[in-house]
Design a protein around this ligand. Structure first.
Ligand code: GRF
Length: 216
């Protein structure tokens, strides 16, 4: 069977990119990464892609007159590489509505909270400030509004007494590295159907136990 061709967009260290690289190294995994694009030449994830012999491209956003022009360059590069699904993995640029619509239901993101809670840049700080006992991460299809769109996979992660942003983000990141490859696999297997604002998942087992925090 033809593999789903992934384009991964990064701005930083690329640990989620690494999780996808590791997943795709299994010959049975139904997707392959055909291009990694960074908007910064110093994105640490570029080295991860190179180490895995994946083609990389740096498209510095500062060289474009506006967001539309930058997104057009992204779009062209993704099309030229024959990308089927775009995965945002710590990509720190807001995409235009034009781009989001052009890649509608073929564009996914990972966010370190249980959306729709704690959208935006400082999700961990927001979770700590709100005093939630459980946070987590979400893989979702991208819609023009920030951190919005049909949810594919979520993981619940406990917030511990004494957590700071760094300890909470490290715990959530472990879950992210499981969720992103899973979400991409479900899409690649054709098991994700978007209807309106929701994504239905065919033939997946569901978690059966509540995560309760704290325990007595
Ligand atoms: C992750 O926490 C992801 O949820 C958020 O940005 C971070 C990227 O980390 N969107 P990495 O570059 O994948 O390590």
């Amino acid at each position: 069977m033809e593999k789903l061709r992934l384009g991964v967009l990064i701005s930083g260290r690329g640990s989620n990119l690494q999780a996808l690289i590791d997943a795709t190294s299994d010959p049975a995994y139904p997707a392959e990464i055909v291009l990694v694009i960074a908007n910064r030449a110093d994105a640490g994830g570029l080295a991860r892609a190179k180490a895995a012999s994946i083609p990389t491209l740096v498209i510095p956003h500062g060289q474009f007159s506006d967001r539309e022009a930058f997104d057009m360059a992204l779009d062209e590069a993704l099309h030229a590489a024959g990308v089927d699904l775009v995965c945002l993995a710590g990509f720190m640029r807001l995409l235009t509505e034009t781009f989001a619509e052009r890649w509608r239901d073929r564009l996914v993101n990972i966010h370190p909270s249980l959306l729709p809670a704690f959208k935006g840049l400082d999700a961990h700080a927001q979770a700590l400030a709100a005093g939630v006992r459980i946070s987590g991460c979400t893989v979702h299809f991208v819609r023009p509004a920030m951190d919005a769109g049909p949810i594919i996979v979520q993981a619940a992660v406990p917030v511990m007494t004494g957590d700071d942003e760094s300890s909470l983000s490290a715990r959530i990141l472990e879950a992210e590295h499981l969720c992103y490859p899973l979400a991409v696999r479900l899409i690649a297997e054709g098991r994700v159907q978007v209807v309106g604002d929701q994504a239905g998942i065919a033939g997946a087992a569901t978690a059966s136990k509540p995560l309760i925090n704290p325990r007595a």
